[in-house]
Design a protein around this ligand. Structure first.
Ligand code: NAD
Length: 253
């Protein structure tokens, strides 16, 4: 299926001439790698909503239950590979060195695809944080030998190094995200329902700063009314088409 890029085409020359591109991604970008979104089918775990598990309260009450959920998510991510959407974004970065991907995903697939200018706003499933001293360490590639895992130095509980509902985003990452969307000429909003704040406010920040917004999502979201163009298709279809259009133009110029 070919994607009609006519709404975006007028902005490609300025991107190729060095104006910055920002891309905000959500769980939809990893669907084609076999990872469920939170709100779509398969987003529930043993009847629980993520909002009941991804909180400090849930962890305090039942760390074993929360860790079992994260172990399930880590097992899905272990088997997942970057899909054409992640790979197209890495290709776009090579064509547009001033592009930045801001992701809400914690699966590490953008990095695995070779993305360098990357802000992982909600942390990573591939790291743990000690609940006592805050030390951040890589998680083992396989399952933890014991659940809940404990800090190898002080034996306190470890938690996943991710941002839970109700927690503040790390200041440095939030500032990097705000800078990327305020400075960009074009923001692509890809595979996010745009309902989880504060990440959902980044589109507004971009629009207020004069960026052109484009939404890539099979479903309409609250971002659509702000967008100059919408691509109602999958992340891989649309991003492959954009990467192809950019490399075609780059080769001709
Ligand atoms: P969400 O579940 O709220 O929304 C996913 C969006 O993706 C929906 O709008 C859906 O229409 C769209 N979508 C589905 N298939 C798509 C496809 N093939 N191409 C493009 N779009 C597609 O997810 P969200 O907006 O990222 O929001 C919330 C939270 O979910 C984030 O905090 C994130 O950390 C977390 N999350 C992350 C992962 C992951 O790391 N892979 C997985 C599930 C949830």
């Amino acid at each position: 299926m070919s994607v009609d890029l006519s709404s975006l085409e007028p902005y490609l020359p300025e991107l190729l001439s060095g104006r910055p591109l920002a891309v905000l991604t959500g769980a939809g970008v990893s669907v084609e790698s076999g990872l469920p979104t939170f709100r779509g089918p398969g987003g529930l775990w043993e009847g629980h909503r993520p909002e009941e598990l991804a909180t400090q309260d849930a962890f305090t009450k039942d760390p074993v239950k929360v860790w079992r959920w994260y172990e399930w998510r880590r097992s899905l991510v272990r088997d997942a590979r970057p899909n054409d959407a992640h790979l197209a974004l890495a290709r776009i970065e090579r064509l547009l060195p001033r592009s930045t991907v801001v992701t809400q995903n914690v699966d590490g697939l953008h990095r695995a695809a070779g993305q360098h200018n990357l802000v992982e706003l909600h942390g990573s499933l591939h790291r743990t944080r000690c609940t006592q001293d805050g030390a951040v360490r890589p998680a083992p590639p396989g399952p933890f030998p014991q659940i809940p895992p404990r800090c190898p130095t002080c034996t306190a509980l470890l938690r996943p190094d991710v941002v839970w509902f109700g927690e503040r985003l790390p200041e440095k990452d939030w500032r990097a995200a705000e800078t990327a969307v305020s400075d960009c000429a074009v923001l692509l909003v890809v595979g996010t329902s745009s309902v989880v704040a504060p990440a959902s406010t980044l589109a507004l920040v971009a629009a207020r700063s004069g960026a052109r917004l484009f939404e890539i999502n099979p479903e309409a979201t609250p971002v659509a009314p702000l967008a100059e163009g919408v691509f109602r298709t999958t992340a891989s279809e649309a991003l492959r088409a954009i990467a192809d259009a950019l490399s075609g133009r780059a080769a001709r110029s």
